[in-house]
Design a binder for this molecule. Structure first.
Ligand SMILES: NC(=O)CC(=O)C(=O)O
Length: 316
């Protein structure tokens, strides 16, 4: 059995988190300006942690990733390399909030030598990448979507991010003092419970997923997965979607939500633009863990603890 200890609270003081369910179009500069206005609105509502959706500065789709991709490395990039980096940094700084900046397509260009060794040619690799900034506008963490969205449901939806994107390979934990630690992952990553479990056992008080489910999987799984990750790990979960746009190529489900450690939905958007604000309270995590003491009842003599051993993680 797991040992019985009394860990210190993972969320050290209550904090308001906002999911900004954003309408984005094809004009990147307009998307960034609009995001800035909505982050301001979230901050004015008292949020100290603000979350934007997956691909908040572009339409979502494999055809769009290369044309919207920005160069983030070496960090910090120039304004020309990544206008989104600079816009997100300014949004965090201007509003004095932690900003989990949804995701943007990232371009990494590497120079490779051809097999003949005669000349070099650039190789382009694309990622779906989330940037987290602190209230001074400093970059705290970069998460590259680990599990690419490759699905095929006949007659409904086929999507293959791996046709264009490469997967990230590290779990991302970010310290947000004075509150505590969150995990950041992106959309399809929410379907992989191991990732969430490792993050929670490594002290995350919230699992934050910018995401963009669709009209097939959204109604079936979006809320279910948010509640499942919360109840499995007895922590908060935030899922932040783009607003639905039926004129776009990809129809996002919307329904951004925040779930508490007992799997109760604290706030949920509809389909359109909305800012969902919820107060996260460390006592709720401790109450859930005390009342249903899973952490003391685990049977690591029967199955392994996935959070132990070699995990590729960016620890803060
Ligand atoms: N868009 C995603 O990455 C995931 C998704 O829509 C789903 O899992 O369903």
């Amino acid at each position: 059995m797991a040992s019985s200890t009394t860990p210190s609270p993972v969320l050290k003081q209550p904090v308001k988190l906002a999911c900004v369910q954003l309408a984005s179009g094809s004009d990147k500069a307009a998307n960034l300006a609009h995001a800035a206005a909505k982050v301001r609105e979230a901050a004015a509502a008292g949020a100290k942690i603000v979350v934007l959706p997956e691909c908040f500065n572009s339409p979502y789709g494999c055809d769009h990733f290369p044309s919207y991709a920005e160069t983030l490395l070496p960090s910090p990039p120039t304004e020309a390399q990544s206008p989104s980096f600079h816009a997100l940094s300014a949004m965090a700084r201007d509003n004095a909030v932690y900003l989990i900046g949804g995701s943007i397509p990232e371009l990494v260009t590497t120079i490779t030598t051809t097999t003949e060794g005669t000349h070099e040619e650039p190789k382009k690799t694309y990622y779906n990448t989330s940037l987290t900034f602190d209230p001074s506008g400093t970059l705290l963490a970069t998460h590259r979507k680990i599990h690419l969205f490759d699905i095929s449901i006949p007659g409904k939806i086929t999507f293959r991010e791996s046709d264009v994107l490469s997967p990230g390979d590290t779990l991302t934990l970010v310290d947000l003092p004075p509150y505590g630690r969150v995990a950041v992952a992106i959309c399809y990553d929410v379907r992989f419970p191991e990732l969430a479990t490792i993050a929670a056992r490594r002290g995350a008080f919230a699992l934050v997923y910018p995401g963009a489910f669709n009209l097939t999987t959204g109604p079936l799984h979006w809320k279910l997965l948010g509640q499942a990750r919360a109840v499995d790990n007895q922590c908060y979960v935030a899922l932040c979607s783009p607003a639905r746009d039926m004129s776009a190529g990809y129809h996002a489900w919307g329904h951004s939500l925040v779930v508490d450690p007992m799997a109760q939905v604290l706030g949920e958007a509809g389909e359109g633009e909305e800012v969902v604000v919820a107060e996260l309270d460390g006592d709720k995590i401790e109450e859930a863990r005390k009342g249903i003491p899973l952490r003391d009842q685990r049977r690591f003599d029967v199955y392994p603890d996935v959070s132990q051993g070699a995990v590729a993680a960016k620890e803060p």
